[in-house]
Write a protein that binds this ligand. Structure first.
Ligand code: FAD
Length: 417
């Protein structure tokens, strides 16, 4: 299957099967939309800056609108703190509460290679090098080289991250080390820095590890903390999830605890058989065939396919905008993203910034870096929807460009990633 592997060093192999998300960001949105459907409220760019208190009871949160600077309070009988790696800082700074033991986080990182694996399945190789700067590092890690759309996804590297979650970044030297590691295990891939179009990183809960541990315990169990028991603070729960794949069961446990705190009955959860928004699909192939059969004349098969994959059964909502303006059927540059998706992101999905649309609503930024003309077309559409002037539009464009690091090689030339 992989003639590029160094067969002199191979000792064996195993074939196994796994599932893959088409779009993690669209799946996260689908969860959010499901919640909105049954009565939740969601707000974008609202940062919790503190907790409202009545003695030892939390009675809500103080919020700042990051877009306008406006501050306001949200009152609640129970607060569920689900701010990921930031939860710990929030508890400490806003409430003076420290979790014990203090959870550790891994900066997980992977990167996208803008060429396919050539129709091959995924490959798992054993990582060979250790990061000398890592506080903790472990040999024998499995690294995956996985086909993902027209690209290849490579990773995941784990490094324990301590301190401010906002400082978790991946440096060019690290990416070069990742590439060297993969090339050593799979010489046939012959990766170079220029092949990397995007690097993804985030903070994920780790297992309990001591500073000196060499065999890292990866986070297997999510954390749900009732601060009434542990810190004598009523009305507050913290949940830090460890995996996307286990998120629903963790949510069930957390929500059951919220209901108990509210003194409400705890009915059996329906999450196990409730499809997410747009996920009420019997057979995906049938949905796709139907969409292609009923095709809007201005859409190509390629754009329709991408639309159905990203929005599921809710793809018709995006098509609805074409009644208002048929020109929104045009795709942005050479991408499969149509203009109606930008309009939908702004009107139906609270996109406030160009980076929201490029990275967190559409496919524009998920594989290759979009070219400047595509970004401009996208920014112009958002400007007309949101009333941006030229200065704001330019600022948004510059911000998106700055999120793609322009790595400079030691010889001074720039690596466009
Ligand atoms: C490279 C990588 C690969 C991964 N691969 C997999 C995989 O294959 N399978 C799998 O199951 N999982 C995987 N994961 C893990 C998965 O992504 C996480 O478990 C999941 O994202 C955790 O979700 P969360 O909502 O709990 O936390 P987060 O995704 O961290 O979200 C926390 C949110 O809270 C917001 N926030 C922070 N502070 C505040 C505040 N004060 N006010 C308001 N909002 C705030 C943040 O902006 C953020 O949006 C991977 C993670 C990474 C980084």
């Amino acid at each position: 299957m992989f003639p590029g592997l160094d067969d002199q060093t191979l000792t064996g192999g195993v074939l196994f099967y796994d599932g893959q998300m088409y779009s993690p960001v669209r799946l996260a949105l689908a969860f959010l939309k499901s919640a909105l459907q049954i009565g939740a409220y969601a707000a974008n760019y609202m940062e919790v800056t503190g907790f409202l208190r009545d003695g030892r009871r939390v009675t809500g949160v103080g919020v700042v609108d990051r877009m306008t600077g406006a501050r306001f309070d949200v009152r609640a009988r129970v607060v569920l703190n689900a701010a990921g790696a930031w939860s710990v800082r929030l508890l400490d700074q806003a409430l003076g509460v420290q979790l014990a033991p203090l959870p550790s986080f891994s900066r997980d990182a992977c990167f996208v290679v803008h060429r396919p694996l050539g129709g091959r399945p995924a490959l798992a190789v054993t990582g060979k090098t250790k990061d000398p700067d890592a506080i903790l590092s472990r040999g024998d890690r499995h690294l995956f080289v996985v086909p993902w759309r027209d690209h290849t996804l490579v990773g995941v590297w784990h490094v324990v991250h301590r301190g401010d979650p906002d400082t978790a970044v991946v440096t060019m030297a690290e990416v070069q080390a990742f590439i060297d590691e993969i090339n050593e295990s799979y010489p046939g891939l012959a990766l170079h820095l220029e092949d990397v179009s995007l690097c993804q990183a985030g903070l994920v809960l780790f297992g309990e590890n001591s500073e000196a541990a060499t065999d890292l315990r990866y986070g297997k169990r999510s954390l749900i903390v009732d601060h009434a028991g542990e810190h004598d603070v009523q009305g507050l729960l913290t949940v830090i999830g460890v995996r996307y794949t286990t998120a629903r069961s963790v949510a069930v446990r957390a929500i059951d605890q919220v209901l108990t705190k509210l003194g409400r009955p705890v009915p059996p959860s329906t999450t196990g058989f409730t499809p997410v928004y747009g996920g009420g699909i019997e057979r995906f192939a049938d949905l796709l065939a139907r969409a292609l059969g009923e095709r809007h004349p201005a859409l190509t098969d390629n754009t329709l396919r991408a639309l159905v994959r990203n929005h599921g059964a809710a793809y018709t909502e995006v098509l609805g905008y074409l009644d208002e303006n048929p020109a929104w059927a045009e795709s942005i540059g050479s991408s499969a993203t149509i203009k109606a998706e930008i309009i939908h992101a702004v009107r139906g999905e609270m996109a406030q910034k160009l980076s929201d649309v490029v990275f967190r609503r559409t496919d524009l930024g998920s594989g290759n870096r979009p070219d400047p003309r595509s970004l401009q077309a996208c920014a112009d559409l958002m400007a007309s929807e949101l009333g941006w002037d030229e200065t704001r539009t330019q600022k948004e464009l510059e911000e998106v460009q700055s999120l793609y690091p322009a790595w400079v090689r030691p010889d001074g030339t720039e690596a466009h990633v």
